[in-house]
Design a protein around this ligand. Structure first.
Ligand code: V47
Length: 353
């Protein structure tokens, strides 16, 4: 039976067949992915009003793809004080943000409490703002640095007010590629184990995949299938976010950027394979806003949010340093034929715009 026939029979695809999805014609894939998207979400496209905060860029790890970390090409080190972070939250709260998304580098100089007290102070002052913070890579770094278990760090996160975990640090699970692009960081198995523990605590998280560097199509499929397996077990992932690799200012010498076609195929394949993850997020900071809007027809039903300020992808060349205004975001979604739905961080609908 061909892959297309299997798809039409709603069969779950495994690695060998799933890789063949890339050989399908772009619009054939779009039709299949869109069918699933429409069954799950109709014409709704979710977004949230959020603020990204990256409190420090000093990093113990040396990921080859990263342009944000100050330890290598970027000489501009910074570590924000809690007061500076609270000032950011204060000004963003006036813009109506519902979520802060806090991701830092792995800074060995600040002490554990610096990381944790940020959350407590935000929660005390802004109890209704959802705190999405600490990737599995950060959790692993803190556990290793302070001689604690992953469970202990997770317990502290809960005690300090973290509501959900972002999906960062997953990169590519294939061990050979991972060793080349971010050897020494959290391993694939540890990344999955940490999310399993977080889900067991009753909380939700996201999952990312960094693609468009030295990985193969098969590596991407393998990555998605490892996530699908964990999701079968826990049901704790809200969204899958394929992150398009930004090529500037880093140590991976990738000459050929991905084509729009390859990116759209990857969104579509994610929608098809990840039948148990409700949302596929086209994170506009890495795909560009325009391609993210097209991705709505290739299975994506979420565009992340207004962001306000972004430092990780923009350091590597993305045009995402300043975010997008809500009205603009809403217009973009409407003008592309979809219904903008503002959501909270765990996908409760707040407002149909
Ligand atoms: O894990 C680093 C990536 C991630 C580059 O959970 C790069 O809702 C592209 O995880 N090109 C952090 N990407 C950001 C992240 C995220 C973003 C949006 C939403 C959510 C969510 C999570 O940024 C890292 C890494 O994979 N990254 N360098 C680069 N050159």
């Amino acid at each position: 039976m061909s892959v297309l026939e299997k798809l039409r029979n709603n069969e779950r695809l495994e690695l060998e067949d799933a890789v063949k999805l890339y050989d399908l014609e772009l619009f054939e894939l779009a039709e299949q992915a869109n069918k699933i998207r429409e069954n799950m979400h109709g014409k709704k496209t979710y977004f949230n009003i959020n603020r990204h905060i990256n409190p420090t860029n000093i990093c113990k790890d040396v990921c080859q793809f990263c342009a944000y970390s100050a330890s290598r090409k970027n000489p501009h080190q910074y570590t924000m004080t809690h007061e500076q972070i609270l000032d950011v939250v204060e000004s963003s709260s006036k813009n109506g943000i519902k979520e802060v998304h806090i991701v830092s580098a792995h800074n060995p100089n600040t002490g554990l409490q610096w990381y944790l007290d940020i959350f407590k102070k935000i929660k005390q002052n802004y109890p209704s703002i959802h705190i999405k913070a600490l990737t599995a890579a950060e959790i692993h770094f803190l556990a290793t640095e302070y001689n604690l278990s992953h469970e202990e760090i997770i317990k502290m996160m809960l005690e300090h007010g973290v509501d959900s975990m972002p999906g960062g640090g997953a990169e590519i699970f294939d061990e050979k590629v991972r060793k080349r692009i971010c050897g020494g960081k959290v391993t694939s198995q540890e990344w999955l184990d940490i999310h399993r523990l977080w889900h067991k605590s009753g909380k939700k998280s996201n999952a990312t995949m960094l693609f468009g560097h030295i990985e193969s199509r098969e590596n991407r499929i393998d990555h998605m299938l490892r996530l699908r397996k964990l999701q079968d077990e826990t049901g704790g992932f809200n969204a899958f976010i394929p992150l398009v690799f930004q090529t500037q200012n880093n140590y991976l010498k990738v000459k050929e950027a991905l084509t729009g076609q390859e990116i759209l195929k990857t969104y579509a394949i994610a929608r098809i394979l990840l039948d148990n993850i409700p949302n596929i997020k086209a994170y506009w900071a890495t795909s560009t806003v325009k391609l993210a809007l097209v991705a709505q027809e290739f299975g994506a039903n979420d565009l992340d949010g207004t962001i306000e300020k972004e430092s990780i992808q923009s350091a590597a060349g993305a045009k995402s340093a300043h975010g997008v205004q809500v009205e603009q975001f809403v217009d973009y979604i409407k003008n592309s034929g979809f219904t903008p739905v503002e959501r909270d961080s765990i996908y409760n609908e707040i407002k149909v715009w």
